[in-house]
Design a protein around this ligand. Structure first.
Ligand SMILES: [Zn+2]
Length: 323
């Protein structure tokens, strides 16, 4: 009897654990629209994070996900708002971050409002008129000067050079260019009243930064950009909350998260710089393991660059600065 009971318990445990595994797996795959603060939301669960300002007048997007997840994303947004898309800001030149621009840029007027409503089976519609697809001008330059597989120029239609500000949904939205950071065309977007900053891939908690020297990125520019973001951030009481930060990948953060990340990049940069000044080769730098105390936190377990890729990109960037 006891034996049978044990067996029954074991089977029950197995069923429960299978259920939990399945459920946990389903949760990993699910898209979520997280309310960050005031008018700003973050879509996570896709291959990139998408920031959305949802206001009385319109929707403002920062980056766009893969087209396959747009119906589900828009259903979540349409539960809150029936407004058209007015702005779509691209944080940098990267197929992953512009993948949904073609579709979102057709939701600019009232016909676009019906697109992907929960009660609508309509998959396309709307008009590109009225959607400003904004990026730094270097994104346009990269489109022409770099090899890539982005098929059309609808990735952007409006370009700025240093800073762009506009007013939408009752709040100031400021787009700042961060020169030579992870690429040469990085933008961060500051929703001033909501007090939220969307950083693109300049800040990616849990992942080493991708410093793309081929696209004009540099480690020193990345540190400057992180310091600029920290200047904008005002922490809340007891250093919790205050300004919130939506990264290009990974979880939402606040001041402490950005400080920790900036310090990691800074310390690794200095270790590698010291070795280069003593004449070390890239192989010698890699062998000295300059990221050993950070690898468990950032070392590519969640995707993103591995420690060796990160070390190599910092080495290459510092070498370029010295040339
Ligand atoms: Zn990215």
């Amino acid at each position: 009897m006891i034996k049978n009971n044990n067996k029954f318990t074991q089977i029950l445990k197995l069923i429960i654990s299978l259920f939990l595994i399945q459920n946990g797996f389903a949760q990993d795959q699910a898209l979520n629209l997280l309310h960050v603060q005031d008018q700003v939301y973050m879509l996570y669960g896709a291959d990139v994070n998408v920031t959305v300002q949802i206001g009385d007048n319109s929707l403002v997007f920062v980056d766009s996900p893969d087209p396959s997840v747009i119906p589900q994303m828009m259903s979540l947004i349409r539960e809150i708002s029936d407004r058209p898309v007015h702005y779509l800001i691209t944080t940098h030149f990267d197929p992953l971050h512009v993948a949904g621009n073609d579709i979102l840029s057709t939701m600019g007027d009232s016909s676009g409002v019906g697109v992907f409503r929960p009660d609508s089976s309509v998959a396309v519609g709307g008009a590109s008129e009225g959607v400003t697809v904004l990026s730094h001008e270097n994104v346009l330059n990269r489109f022409y000067l770099t090899e890539h597989d982005i098929p059309s120029l609808t990735i952007t239609n409006t370009y700025y050079s240093k800073k762009k500000d506009f007013f939408e949904n009752g709040e100031a939205i400021i787009v700042y260019h961060m020169p030579a950071a992870h690429t040469d065309g990085d933008s961060i977007v500051y929703f001033r009243d909501s007090d939220v900053i969307s950083t693109g891939d300049i800040f990616t908690p849990g992942l080493y930064p991708l410093i793309d020297s081929d696209l004009g990125g540099s480690v020193n520019g990345l540190i400057d950009a992180l310091n600029f973001i920290l200047d904008l951030i005002v922490p809340g009481p007891f250093a919790e909350g205050g300004t919130y930060v939506v990264p290009g990948h990974g979880r939402m953060g606040d001041e402490i998260d950005v400080v920790e990340y900036r310090n990691m990049v800074y310390i690794v940069r200095d270790r590698i710089k010291n070795m280069i000044e003593k004449g070390a080769s890239l192989e010698e730098v890699i062998a000295s393991d300059p990221t050993f105390d950070y690898d468990t936190e950032y070392g590519g377990h969640r995707g993103g660059p591995t420690n060796i890729e990160f070390i190599s990109s910092v080495y290459q960037s510092l070498q370029q600065d010295m040339d």
